[in-house]
Write a protein that binds this ligand. Structure first.
Ligand code: 4AD
Ligand code: MG
Length: 432
C-alpha cells in the first residue's frame, strides 16, 4: 500500500529530493508545452505538481488532461526546491491517478453572495472558509482550555426545554409528543442547577433565536459558550470574562500567526487584548452618546449604531454594566444601590462588531425571584424547578453567555457573522 503524506509536511524540508505520494483535490490547473501544472490542495495546504509527458504513463497523461478542477487525485513524485513555486517547493510527478473525476465546478471567480450561499456545501472547501474553520477550532480549543485549567466542569444541559430564558419573541416552538416545547435560547437556567454540585461550570452548545431582523450579527442558530459560577459577584464575573477572552486572543496570536495573516489579521492586534477591559456604566454610556449628539434618553436600548459610536477605535472589548431593570431578563439581580438597575454587564467588541457576551449576577433569594416571575407574568409551572433552587441552599452566583460566532467575527474582522459558521441559519436561509 502506498503511504501518503500531507502537503503541509513537504514544506518541512526533510522530504527535499525524496519521492513522496500525496492525495487531494485539483485546485488550479494550467499547461504549457509538454507539461501540465496541477496545483493540489489537501487539508494542510497547496502545492504545485509538474507532470511532464515523458515522465508519466500515457493513460495518466490523458487523465490529467481530462480531469477538471476539484477532481480528487493522487500524485507520486520527487520533491524539488523551486524558488518560483508557491511555498518554495514543487512536486515533479512520475505517477498520477484519478480517484474521481469532477463535473465542471459550479463556482468560478466573482460569484454573487447568494449563489455562494446556495452552494455553501461546495464553497466550504474554499481556502477562505477553510482558514476560518481552522481558526474557529483553535479559538474554541483555547476557550475550553481556559475553563479546564480554572476548575470549571463541562456540563450537558438539554436543548429541548419548556422554560424560555430570553423572552418569548425569539423562541422556536415545537411540538413535543403533544406538549409545547422550545429549542433552547440559552442553557443558563439549567446551568444554575449544576452549581450546587460542581460550583463552577461551563457548556458549549447550540442556542436558537427566532431573530426576525436581518443583520450582520444575528444567526437563528449559533454556538453558545456559557458559564455559571457559585459565589461570584457581577465584578468577579466580568473579571473572569476578560481573562477568558484575553487568554484565547493571546494564544491565537502566539501560535497561529499564519492562519490569522491568511485572513488578513495582524497577530499584534490580538496581542494587545489583555485585562483589564474598560468598564462603563449604562448611565455613563448614555451620557457619552448624548454628548456625541446621539438622540438617547435613560432607559433606551443600544442599537447597532450606538454600539458603533461607543466602541469606535477601541483596542480591546469593553463592558457596559448596570442596565435599567426595565426590559432586562427576569433572572438578573436588582442593584441594591439603585433598584432601577440590575447587576449585569455586556461585553462589547471594538468597532461595532457587537455584543460578545451578556452576563449578570442572578437573583438567588426566593422572594425576590417570585416577585420578578409575577411582574413578568411567567408561567410558574414551567419554571417551578428553577424557583425550587432558591429553597434548598441557594447561594449568590453569576454567569454569562458568549456567542462563538460573534467572537470569531470580531477576531477575524469578518464583514458578516455567517462566515463564522459553516452552514448559517438566518431568517431567509435554512438550505443547504
Ligand atoms: O445576551 P444573551 O441573550 O444572554 C443570554 O442568553 C444569557 N442567558 C447568557 C447567560 O448568562 N448564560 O446572549 C448571550 C450572547 C450574546 O452576547 C451574543 O454574543 C450571543 O449570545 N448571541 C447571538 N449570537 C449570534 N446570533 C444571535 N442571534 C445571538 N443572540 C445572542
Ligand atoms: Mg444580550
Amino acid at each position: 500500500m502506498t503511504e501518503f503524506i500531507h502537503i503541509g509536511e513537504i514544506f518541512s524540508k526533510k522530504h527535499a529530493g525524496k519521492e513522496v505520494s500525496i492525495r487531494g483535490w485539483i485546485h488550479r490547473k494550467r499547461s504549457s508545452g509538454g507539461v501540465q501544472f496541477l496545483v493540489l490542495r489537501d487539508s494542510t495546504g497547496i502545492i504545485q505538481a509538474a507532470l511532464k509527458k515523458e515522465n508519466i504513463s500515457d493513460n495518466a497523461w490523458k487523465d490529467a488532461d481530462k480531469a477538471l478542477l476539484e477532481s480528487a487525485v493522487t500524485v507520486k513524485g520527487i520533491v524539488k526546491e523551486d524558488k518560483r513555486a508557491p511555498g518554495g517547493y514543487e512536486l515533479q510527478a512520475n505517477a498520477f491517478s484519478v480517484i474521481s473525476f469532477s463535473e465542471p465546478f459550479p463556482i468560478t471567480e466573482h460569484q454573487s453572495t447568494e449563489l455562494l450561499l446556495d452552494l455553501r456545501h461546495l464553497w466550504l472547501r474554499s481556502q477562505k472558509l477553510t482558514n476560518i474553520m481552522k481558526v474557529r477550532q483553535h479559538l474554541v480549543n483555547y476557550l475550553r482550555e481556559y475553563f479546564y485549567s480554572h476548575e470549571f466542569w463541562e456540563v450537558a444541559p438539554p436543548i429541548i426545554t419548556q422554560a424560555g430564558c430570553e423572552g418569548g419573541s425569539t423562541l422556536f416552538k415545537l411540538k413535543y409528543f403533544g406538549e409545547d416545547a422550545y429549542l433552547t435560547q440559552s442553557a443558563q437556567l439549567y446551568n444554575e442547577v449544576f452549581i450546587t454540585a460542581l460550583e463552577k461550570i461551563f457548556v458549549l452548545a447550540p442556542s436558537f433565536r427566532a431573530e426576525r431582523s436581518r443583520t450582520v450579527k444575528h444567526l437563528a442558530e449559533y454556538w453558545h459558550l456559557e458559564a455559571e459560577e457559585a459565589f461570584y459577584s457581577n465584578q468577579d464575573n466580568m473579571k473572569l470574562q476578560e481573562e477568558l477572552v484575553s487568554y484565547a486572543c493571546q494564544k491565537l496570536a502566539k501560535n497561529h500567526a499564519d492562519l490569522l495573516e491568511f485572513s488578513k489579521v495582524k497577530p499584534e492586534r490580538l496581542t494587545k487584548v489583555s485585562p483589564p477591559f474598560k468598564r462603563v456604566s449604562y448611565d455613563d454610556a448614555i451620557d457619552f452618546l448624548v454628548k456625541k449628539g446621539v438622540k438617547k434618553k435613560w432607559g433606551d436600548d443600544f442599537g447597532a449604531e450606538d454600539e458603533e459610536v461607543l466602541t469606535a477605535g477601541l483596542e480591546k472589548p469593553m463592558f457596559i454594566y448596570n442596565y435599567p431593570k426595565q426590559g432586562r431578563a427576569f433572572y438578573m439581580r436588582v442593584n441594591p444601590d439603585n433598584p432601577e438597575t440590575v447587576l449585569n454587564a455586556d461585553m462589547q467588541a471594538p468597532d461595532g462588531h457587537g455584543e460578545l457576551i451578556g452576563g449578570s449576577e442572578r437573583i438567588w433569594e426566593y422572594d425576590e425571584l417570585m416577585k420578578r416571575v409575577k411582574e413578568e407574568k411567567l408561567d410558574v409551572r414551567s419554571y417551578q424547578w428553577y424557583i425550587d433552587l432558591r429553597k434548598y441552599g441557594s447561594v449568590p452566583h453569576s454567569g454569562f453567555g458568549l456567542g462563538i460566532e460573534r467572537l470569531l467575527k470580531w477576531v477575524l474582522n469578518l464583514d458578516h457573522i455567517r462566515d463564522a459558521v459553516p452552514f448559517p441559519r438566518t431568517i431567509n436561509r435554512v438550505y443547504p
